[in-house]
Design a binder for this molecule. Structure first.
Ligand code: TXA
Ligand code: MG
Length: 328
């Protein structure tokens, strides 16, 4: 059992020292917290897989502290990558590019590509720049569990297993980056996220979303269970369905997680609000799921309209509910 220190920028020197020594450090980003290690240190990366319980065929995103650092990990970079960087870096976008041979294979789970992103969070950028190396990091949650959007969430999953959690407050975006592959003949969204398909189309007019097949996932991460609360979770398309499922499971201590207008029709029931906008829903989704699994035993989640705006959040909701979408 390791004594886990939790604190803010005053621990940057310690964070840097730990990374230099091949240790892992959890750090905040604007999307979710990451569990970081030196992207060039194969032994440190192996520790991240082990601590998180991560399948070893699922690669990590490499986080850079400056746009110029892209060339230290990727090669054959197309012009469009620079255009995307100008528009979205720092921010919630991961670019999948050809990997440089100097980056250890374990960092990218033996793929010849690497996912790179520059987080838009002051403490994340200070941390990466202080370490003077790119930081490979998956989300800082136990594999399969709900991603962490606060330092306390990281403590719940990884306390006692890692030496330091840098606390940068609540992640203000709340779901993970959009992952876009630029290594095929057309650009593909491998994971929808905070940056929408419509936003990407300004630079990538022909971008498509890759629908995952079980036997051939678009991205290794797609074949694994994700964001799973510890109790049964379903998603519903209307208030009527939510109220019916609630009544049917009344003995299981149910809760409805939904936006304010949806909850207006669900009074006198256990509820958790996702606010009123898609931004607030993204920001509050993972923390609401974590609260719900601690306080209740059956989760009913609102499913959002099937438009490009909601692609990212609906993807997380579908996974949290293992694809159980109740339409009527
Ligand atoms: O917002 C985020 O992206 C957060 C923060 C911490 O940066 N990170 C994150 O990492 O969500 P993780 O490991 O939980 O999810 C990374 C996803 C996985 O589905 C993985 O398979 C995919 O990105 N990925 C990473 N490198 C890839 C590559 N070279 N090719 C295809 N998919 C890749
Ligand atoms: Mg993750």
């Amino acid at each position: 059992m390791i004594n886990t220190i939790l604190g803010g920028g005053e621990y940057l020197e310690l964070a840097k020292k730990l990374i230099r020594e091949g240790e892992v450090v959890a750090f905040p980003t604007e999307t979710v917290y990451g569990l970081g290690a030196d992207a060039f240190n194969a032994t440190a990366i192996a520790q991240v897989y082990r601590i998180k319980g991560r399948p070893n065929d699922n690669p990590f995103i490499v986080h850079i502290g400056a746009k110029d650092d892209l060339e230290s990990v990727a090669k054959n970079i197309p012009n469009v990558a620079y255009e995307l960087m100008d528009m979205f870096f720092p921010g919630p976008l991961t670019l999948v590019l050809k990997k440089k041979a100097t980056l250890p294979d374990i960092t990218t789970a033996n793929l010849n590509t690497v996912g790179v992103r520059m987080p838009n969070h002051p403490l994340a950028l200070e941390f990466i720049r202080a370490c003077k190396c790119p930081i490979a990091a998956p989300s800082a949650n136990m594999s399969k569990h709900i991603s962490a959007t606060s330092a306390m969430h990281v403590m719940t999953d990884l306390g006692g297993k890692i030496p330091l959690i840098l606390d940068g407050g609540k992640s203000n975006i709340g779901i993970e980056s959009t992952v876009v592959s630029l290594v095929e003949n057309i650009p593909f969204i491998l994971r929808p996220g905070a940056i929408t398909r419509d936003e990407l189309m300004q630079v990538l007019p022909d971008v498509q979303i890759k629908l995952s097949k079980v036997d051939k996932p678009a991205s290794p991460g797609m074949k694994y269970a994700h964001y799973m609360p510890s109790c049964p979770t379903v998603c519903v398309c209307s208030q009527d369905v939510a109220k019916r499922i609630y009544s049917e499971n009344i003995d299981k201590s149910p809760v409805i997680i939904a936006s304010d207008h949806f909850l207006k029709e669900c009074s006198e029931r256990n509820t958790i609000s996702l606010g009123e906008t898609e931004r607030s829903a993204m920001q509050l989704l993972f923390s609401s799921l974590r609260t719900a699994e601690m306080e209740f035993k059956y989760i009913i989640l609102e499913y959002f309209p099937k438009t490009t705006r909601y692609e990212g959040i609906n993807n997380r909701i579908e996974k949290a509910s293992s694809g159980i979408i109740i339409t009527n």
